[in-house]
Every structure is written in C-alpha cells, then in structure tokens.
Design a protein around this ligand. Sequence first.
Ligand SMILES: [Zn+2]
Length: 78
Amino acid sequence: MNKCSDFCRKLSDYLDRELSDNECMLIEEHLRECPPCAIIYQGLEKTVTLCGSGISDEIPEQVKIRLLRFLRNRCCND
Ligand SMILES: [Zn+2]
C-alpha cells in the first residue's frame, strides 16, 4: 500500500484504531514516504484530539466525512 488513495481509505480506520498491526505499519510507512500525506495526517490527528477532548475517543462522523473529503481532494488523484 504505497498509494495515497489507499492511504486515504484506511486513514479513518487508523484513527479509530480499527486496523490490524500490519495495516497500521503500512499507514506509518506511507506517512514516512509521503510528506503531503504526513502533513494532512498531522492536521487530522490534531482535529481528532480536539474533538475527543477526553469525553470520547470517537471521531464525530460529520467531522470525519468532511476531513476525508478534503483529504481526497488534496492528495488522491488516481
Ligand atoms: Zn500519500
């Protein structure tokens, strides 16, 4: 999995910690190899942290949809 589109598809599951160890490794590998995705991921992670604020570790669905749409427009052209 070294394509940005695959990365985008898996990212919300990664943030929800629903991926296997192996899939997490692939995500982290892509973050190292692809600076644009790493930047987007950092923004997303910050938003998730703000959304959670200790009340819940679930990302609100609306926030997730909006962010993933943004992410796809930015980096997934294939
Ligand atoms: Zn990428």
